[in-house]
Design a protein around this ligand. Structure first.
Ligand code: ADP
Length: 302
């Protein structure tokens, strides 16, 4: 079995399915309300565990009820949560407003970036084959990427929705695979040369080193995904038609599906197909966590 370290956000999601997005001084009706574990790193780790990859999660939650529930549910799903620190404060909470095909997010940052670069070490990557990095402190991601390369692991990065706000140069130097939507990839590869602060944050653009040999995987919602490999060219898969009710976590499910095939030595076309199937399955239900076990996946692909 392949062992993967996934590092980044571990959150608590409150999803409200409403009839419409209210404007100022308006009120809309909530049709459904769900509370669940979320956060990109946690979602990918959960998906990988269902797909027979052994994930270890690195991140932080608060010393509150959501933090306890999040760790417990991930452990139940087969994720090693020993590296999820419990720190004083509130677990990061995202309030997701689902209206039709759109999802709007209000985020309470909480303590999901408590992990310092000094908190990670060679022991974190010693027993893994691959390291997947999601949005997090730039310094921590850089250190993990460097440690992973030193240990001979492959590395992937999915910077997420806030891709343009932080420069991941020091990570991009080490990656084998980059994931993102077209907007996120554009933000990541933007070479506008904007100034950055110590944490790599920019205003309106980034100056990111483009790795010559990294595989770039771009997801495109209902339109499927493409993968550009400098060694073998462009590959694409059109995705699957499903009745989407909430696309939260679809990108994370896609990453889990793609990685499960790629890490097993599968072809890019197959990785895209399985990634798209996982993304489509995630889109059919409310919430970021979905059942991606091999039986569900096999019957979907039939
Ligand atoms: P993110 O969830 O990160 O915003 P996308 O919207 O591109 O990313 O979705 C990721 C993947 O999830 C897509 O490539 C596709 O496989 C699947 N997906 C997303 N939305 C739909 C949809 N409406 N119908 C079918 N598949 C979807």
């Amino acid at each position: 079995m392949t062992d993967v370290l996934v590092a980044g956000h571990v959150n608590w999601d409150v999803t409200l399915v409403a009839d419409r997005l209210p404007g100022a001084d308006e009120e809309a009706v909530i049709r459904e309300r769900h509370r669940n574990g979320g956060g990109s790193a946690a979602n990918v780790a959960s998906g990988l565990a269902a797909l027979s990859v052994e994930p270890t999660l690195l991140g932080s939650v608060g010393d509150d009820e959501p933090g306890r529930l999040v760790r417990e549910s991930l452990a139940e799903r087969g994720v090693d949560v020993d590296g999820v620190q419990i720190v004083s404060g509130e677990t990061s909470t995202k309030y997701l407003l689902v209206t039709g095909e759109d999802v709007s997010v209000l985020g309470l940052d909480g303590v999901n970036e408590a992990l310092d670069p000094e908190d990670v070490g060679a022991e974190d990557v010693a027993d893994v084959d691959h390291v997947h990095l999601t949005g997090q402190r730039v310094g921590t991601a850089e250190r993990l990427a460097a440690l992973a390369v030193e240990a001979g692991c492959s590395v992937s990065l999915d910077p997420g929705r806030r891709a343009g706000e932080r420069a991941f140069d020091g990570v991009m130097n080490h990656v084998d695979l980059v994931f993102g939507t077209d907007r996120e990839i554009a933000a990541l590869f933007d070479e506008s040369g904007t100034d950055r602060d110590d944490e790599g944050r920019t205003e309106g653009g980034t100056e990111t080193v483009t790795p010559d040999d990294a595989i770039v995987v771009e997801t495109n919602g209902a339109g499927g995904a493409t993968c550009c490999d400098p060694a073998s060219g462009e590959h694409s898969h059109p995705g699957f038609e499903v009745e989407a009710v909430d696309t939260t976590g679809a990108g994370d499910a896609f990453v889990a599906g793609f990685l499960s095939v790629w890490l097993d030595g599968g072809e890019h076309g197959r990785a895209l197909e399985v990634g798209n199937a996982c993304g489509a399955i995630a889109s059919r239900q409310v919430g970021a966590r979905c059942d991606l076990d091999p039986d569900v996946l096999a019957s979907f692909l039939e």
